[in-house]
Design a protein. Structure first.
Ligand SMILES: NC(=O)c1ccc[n+]([C@@H]2O[C@H](COP(=O)([O-])OP(=O)(O)OC[C@H]3O[C@@H](n4cnc5c(N)ncnc54)[C@H](O)[C@@H]3O)[C@@H](O)[C@H]2O)c1
Length: 298
């Protein structure tokens, strides 16, 4: 047997606020493989997430048996690197006022302190935000575009920059990308396609720079569609899931565990030679040049 064994590893999964998205599934897969899991949650949704978990409303069951244990939830806003970046109106917003230390640097410092000398081994970036995502790129404002790239792509650079020094040798970083980085996906607007293209390119550069500095690996997974909260906010996600199911190389619907298990593999010593990669986990949708239906009929 060649197991994925993450026993003794410390993981931080940023972008978890309910039990529907990729971040949650990744937290579960890492825990199932033996890792200790901490999560980062966007401050505006942190309270409701914590409350739902406290009320037992989230599906904590692990595939192999047992329950997901979350060591700690850290409020984190990936749009801000250091406290000076937080605008006054955000700091005073009632959804933020209740928290302290939610910038990326402060969370990195807290995790370092909480690990008390242990290293962080696994860093997952499973978050994105494009305020104008519903607008075609051609109608997107500069402010909306830069917000999308800042929250969804630069945040990875910032996280590697600030967590990298605390990560042990053989550490692994994973982010979540989407096919819109490479091909036109109508409806995925507001600069989000540009953000994903930046994320994939930065994955390669960071693989080299962070690889040489801290011996950590940096990969991204280009995931198939999933009806998460973020995807539902874009609209037409159910249609997209059906479309992929019909037109992918493999039959069946892309699932969160497909992506989460691939993440666990990439974070494990089994993937020691893999870095700078964009791995498609989408039932092979991306390799199709023409749909079977168009060529062969039903
Ligand atoms: N769902 C899909 O179809 C799909 C496909 C490919 C890639 N992805 C990517 O997967 C990742 C996870 O998304 P998901 O679809 O699982 O949805 P999700 O809603 O579970 O996750 C997105 C998370 O980002 C958080 N977030 C938003 N703005 C933030 C900020 N400024 N700081 C910190 N956190 C913030 C949200 O609170 C949420 O928890 C994203 O990068 C997304 O682009 C999703």
């Amino acid at each position: 047997m060649l197991p994925i064994d993450l026993t003794g590893k410390n993981a931080f999964v940023a972008g978890v606020a309910d039990d529907n998205g990729y971040g949650w599934a990744i937290a579960k897969a890492l825990a199932q493989a033996g890792a200790t899991v901490r999560v980062g949650t966007w401050p505006p949704v942190c309270k409701i997430f914590t409350r739902s978990m406290g009320l037992g409303k989230l599906n904590m069951t692990l595939a192999g048996g047992g329950e997901l244990q979350i060591e700690k939830i850290y409020p984190m806003d990936a749009a801000f690197d250091v406290p000076e970046d937080v605008p006054k109106e955000v700091a005073e917003d009632k959804r933020y006022k209740q928290f302290v230390g939610y910038t990326i640097q402060e969370v990195a410092d807290q995790i370092k302190k909480d690990l008390g000398g242990d290293s962080l081994d696994i860093l997952v970036h499973s978050l994105a935000n494009g305020p104008e995502v519903k607008k075609p790129l051609v109608e997107t404002s500069r402010k909306g575009y830069l917000a999308a790239v800042g929250s969804s792509a630069y945040s990875l650079v910032s996280m590697v920059q600030r967590f990298g020094p605390y990560m042990g040798d053989e550490g692994a970083v994973i982010s979540l990308s989407y096919l819109a980085a490479e091909k036109v996906i109508p409806g995925y607007g507001g600069g989000m396609s540009s953000a994903k293209a930046a994320l994939e390119n930065d994955t390669r550069t960071l693989a080299y720079e962070a690889g040489r500095r801290w011996s950590i690996r940096v990969n991204t997974i280009s995931a198939g569609p999933l009806s998460s909260r973020a995807a539902r906010a874009i609209g037409s996600i159910e249609k997209m899931v059906d479309y992929y199911e019909t037109h992918s190389a493999l039959s069946g619907v892309n699932t969160a565990p497909d992506v989460a298990n691939a993440t666990a593999f990439l974070c494990s010593p089994l993937a020691a030679g893999i870095t700078g990669e964009t791995l498609h986990v989408d039932k092979g949708y991306n390799v199709m040049g023409m749909t079977a239906e168009d060529q062969l009929g039903k």
